[in-house]
Ligand binder design. Sequence first.
Ligand code: HEM
Length: 197
Amino acid sequence: LQTSSAPATFLDVLKAQTRPEHDAIEHAIRLTSPSITVEIYRRTLERFYGFYRPLEPVLLDPGQWPDAALDMTARRKTARLVADLQDLEVDVARLAICGDMPPLDTPSDRWGCLYVIEGSTLGGQVIGRHLERRLGLTPAFGARFLQPYGARTGPMWQAVRSGLTAHASSEETQRRVVASAIATFRGLCRWMSGEIA
Ligand code: HEM
């Protein structure tokens, strides 16, 4: 993991300890397959919607995040999912909603979950380019959710990284953030794979 003798930061540890879960979900959602079809993509968006719609009002409640600079309102992506699904002629009202959310009770729970949800915008850029090439979908039609921040992706992610570092200042908070990130990845992965209804 380390290329120099500098000690690993908490962010290095968090990334390393969640790598198996990241790779599992990346594999499970299959959006970078060369043989991606609109049907596979639509099904993937339907599942994301079923997870994000109940999650976002709780996770991104600005009242839970004292640092207003993190701009939780701007991080909401459910409306983008709805617009993408409407582009693909899906009746959103009939979609299944996940009843099994990751733990969000403590600030460390929320930081671990936010890490996963916001980190996915990095992969979203890779997937977005692939979908544009293969399926002609763009941030203006069908692929709004995957690239929500456009040119602001870097700064939006840096703000999460800074907040995580400030929050996880003790061994105890670090342990809890890692556990929550793993729980979020696993819960989302099970839901995306259709293992939980
Ligand atoms: C085909 C699917 C995916 C691809 C190709 C992908 C790819 C990537 C890439 C290229 C990065 C940047 C790595 C770096 O800068 O070091 C990244 C980071 C990340 N991705 Fe994914 N990703 C995918 C799916 C997901 C999903 C579904 C989630 C969670 C919902 C996710 C969560 C994260 C997180 C949390 C990071 C930040 C890692 C860190 O720097 O600590 N990814 N991903």
